[in-house]
Design a protein around this ligand. Structure first.
Ligand code: PAP
Length: 341
């Protein structure tokens, strides 16, 4: 057994490594373009063409340096506010449908973000490498990292599967703005920092937001799905709202956990869909009153992940000029690649 002195020495060494790691990262951060955005308490840094708040970026770098994918891993990759919470619920329900029923479903007691963690935020766990290694296969993880910055091993490991969901950017902007309204920094007199919609619009169009620019982010996954449809499945929030059944079946098939004919006959697909619907999830007690610790420092109320869950709410918030401008950017950036949002 190791003596207390040896353990102390090892701990000192670990702390030293950790501190020098932090110093390296801080030096690297000081070379990156940076802005203060979205009324939050963190700077946003531009790294490999995409913007991340410091906590996310530390995780992006950790995952690039240390994370090892497994053949059986399944990833959910999203730009924020495109349907992450919904897809986390659906994917974990599809994956666990044989071990849980409506009465002992893990989503009855956990927000979808607890069931499927964000890879980059696991960096802030006490021992992230050991933690990700301890997760049983097939691992289900989510990420907001751009396709071009994903850890090499996710892209190169032939068996890994990546599901991406995208959404019309006008609704994404409004959803993001409404979400940010609820988590803004407090000023010295205890009031929330103001975040005018015009300012959010400007930031969103220019790029700085979590994993922005939006258009480059979705384009990366769209192109990867065209190149390798067996590895990357590209879904749209609006299609899911229109025909969830078809999307859920495709999703299960892609996850290598297709619904059997027997399951289809028994109505399991409809059960999964209705359990994960906005109406059901947003009315669960856990999502009305609970909170989730996405990082070790910040707990978020579960209800902020459920607002309206509708298509087209942006027209109730954005001016016609804003709507037009966003349409124009979307056309310019995505049309040539054959992507319509
Ligand atoms: P995240 O990336 O921060 O996790 P994400 O879940 O992608 O957020 O987006 C939240 C949006 O999905 C919200 O949209 P809204 O602001 O326009 O209303 C939220 O209401 C919606 N949402 C959450 N759960 C569901 C669901 N089960 N079905 C449909 N939409 C949902």
């Amino acid at each position: 057994m190791a003596s207390a002195a040896v353990l102390d020495q090892e701990k000192e060494q670990r702390d030293e490594n950790k501190n020098s790691g932090i110093q390296d990262i801080q030096e690297m951060f000081s070379t990156l373009p940076k802005v203060r955005a979205w009324g939050g308490d963190s700077d946003y840094y531009q790294y490999q063409g995409f913007w991340y708040p410091q906590m996310f970026l530390e995780g992006v770098i950790w995952s690039q340096q240390s994370f090892r994918a497994r053949e059986t891993d399944i990833y959910l990759a999203t730009f924020p506010k495109c349907g992450t919470t919904w897809l986390k619920a659906l994917m974990s329900t599809i994956q666990n449908r044989n071990n849980q029923s409506q009465s002992n479903h893990s989503l009855l007691t956990n927000n979808p973000h607890e069931c499927v963690p964000f890879l980059e935020l696991l960096a802030h766990k006490e021992n992230p490498n050991a933690y990700v290694e301890s997760l049983p296969s097939p691992r289900l993880l989510a990420t907001h990292i751009s396709y071009s910055s994903l850890p090499d091993s996710i892209v190169k490991t032939s068996g890994t599967r990546i599901v991406c969901i995208a959404r019309n950017p006008k609704d994404v902007l409004v959803s993001l703005w409404e979400f940010t309204q609820k988590i803004r920094r407090k000023t010295s007199n205890g009031k929330l920092e103001t975040l005018p919609l015009e300012e959010a619009f400007d930031m969103f169009c220019k790029g700085p937001s979590v994993a922005g620019p939006f258009w480059d982010h979705v384009l990366g996954y769209w192109e990867a799905s065209k190149e390798n449809p067996d590895k990357v499945l590209f879904l749209k929030y609006e299609d899911m709202k229109k025909d969830a059944e078809e999307c859920v079946k495709r999703l299960a098939q892609f996850m290598r956990q297709p619904f059997s004919l027997e399951e289809e006959k028994l109505g399991v697909v409809q059960e999964v869909m209705s359990f994960c619907s906005f109406e059901n999830l947003s009315n669960l007690e856990v999502n009305k009153s609970g909170a989730v610790n996405l990082t070790s420092t910040k707990a978020l109320d579960n209800d902020i992940f459920f607002r309206k869950g509708q298509v087209g709410d942006s027209k109730n918030h954005l001016t016609s000029e804003m709507l037009e401008q966003l349409d124009k950017i979307t056309e310019q950036k995505l049309e040539a690649a054959g992507l319509k949002l």
